[in-house]
Design a protein around this ligand. Structure first.
Ligand code: SF4
Length: 352
């Protein structure tokens, strides 16, 4: 397989929690806690999970908007984790972020021309005349009228503003785009247009995406592979079809069971799994399997041994001692899972 365009290795972000006048550290919010995945050229990987699972922080760490506590980010073979801002600036041309909220991410005092042209000015790569021509071409590419170059954000609808945000990220022809909840602030009727636009642009410009979203329907539509995060960790990573057709982690199964299926014929006998309780605090996450406080399959081992993220079927990684859809697990891993089940039925110290 070719080298990944982006490789995230054991990435961590722990935000210190301080107390008192002298700001003594009394703990840490483990927002991202050992996340690893590769992204290959031309693919789209979706990062999903409930609010607070660490997906947005992961996106910000990749683009170095915030500094990691540990782990590595390798982009095109270069370790950019601790690169100085002056060295990372040229790389920012290749790696751009689409923000969630098209209302707050555009400066209301700047015209569309100033907003979309800003990356050229910051990087100093074009003359003013060249910038105007380039910006108008990009506006046309994202389906906006190039004549609106001198208009202000408030003159556009939500969908059009997100197109302006996308145009800004495309200005310097990046290789990788991190899209953080790109459609969640938009009306449902507009969401499909923006998702389709992202797909068209990917085909036209050979882009690679990391799409961060809580909406599993959007991620299903746009992603080649999907990583499910829970409390700062990836619990399942697989290609879209395997993950949606046969999820192996109980948390993924619960998330998918909550996705509405409009066509009654396709609902089958699928039952909604209602998770008990809230997501625990990342300040004090449960030991071992972090999902054990809400998991209906939890056994003693889940509370004492952290399940590693391992490949249970080709390309399908799962962190669970007792995965679902066991018939899809390949032979060596199936034997290990069977042993876990047997041990759970006859815990050590009991007589079989
Ligand atoms: Fe549930 Fe145990 Fe699997 Fe965690 S390891 S998801 S608690 S079955």
């Amino acid at each position: 397989m070719s080298e990944p365009l982006l490789s995230v290795q054991g990435l961590e972000k722990h935000f210190p929690v301080t107390k008192g006048l002298f700001k003594r550290q009394v703990g840490a919010v483990r927002a991202v806690d050992g996340v690893s995945f590769d992204v290959f050229k031309g693919e789209t990987i979706g990062l999903v999970g409930e609010s607070g699972c660490g997906k947005t922080t992961t996106g910000r760490l990749i683009t170095r908007l915030i500094e990691p506590t540990g782990g590595k980010v390798v982009f095109e073979g270069n370790d950019i984790t601790h690169m100085s801002q002056s060295r990372i600036r040229p790389l920012r041309r290749d790696m751009q972020l689409i923000f969630q909220d098209p209302y707050s991410s555009l400066n209301p005092r700047h015209t569309v021309g100033a907003i979309v042209g800003a990356p050229f000015r910051i990087q100093g790569v074009k003359t003013e005349q060249g910038i105007k021509k380039e910006v108008q071409d990009i506006l046309a590419l994202v389906g906006l009228n190039p004549e609106h170059y001198n208009r202000y954000p408030h003159e556009f609808s939500g969908g059009q503003r997100q197109r302006i945000g996308i145009a800004r990220t495309l200005a310097l022809k990046p290789k990788l785009i991190i899209a953080d909840e790109p459609v969640s602030a938009l009306d449902v009727s507009i969401q499909a247009q923006v998702v389709n636009l992202l797909e068209d642009l990917q085909n036209e410009l050979d882009l690679t995406y990391v799409v961060i979203a809580h909406d599993l329907s959007v991620v299903r539509h746009i992603s080649d592979r999907v990583a499910v995060m829970y409390l700062g960790k990836i619990v399942e990573l697989a290609d879209r079809k395997s993950l949606y057709d046969a999820p192996m982690h109980p948390y993924t199964n619960a998330l998918l069971s909550a996705v509405p299926i409009p066509d009654v014929k396709h609902r089958g006998d699928r039952e909604r799994i209602r998770l008990q309780g809230d997501v625990p605090s990342p300040l004090n996450p449960p030991p071992a399997c972090r999902f054990h406080t809400r998991c209906w399959k939890a056994q003693v081992v889940c509370k004492t041994e952290e399940p590693p993220l391992v490949e249970l079927a080709p390309g399908h990684q799962v962190a669970c001692h007792f995965p679902e859809n066991a018939d899809k697990i390949s032979a060596p891993a199936a034997a290990k899972v069977a042993r876990n089940v047997q041990d759970a039925q006859h815990p050590k110290g009991t007589i079989a």
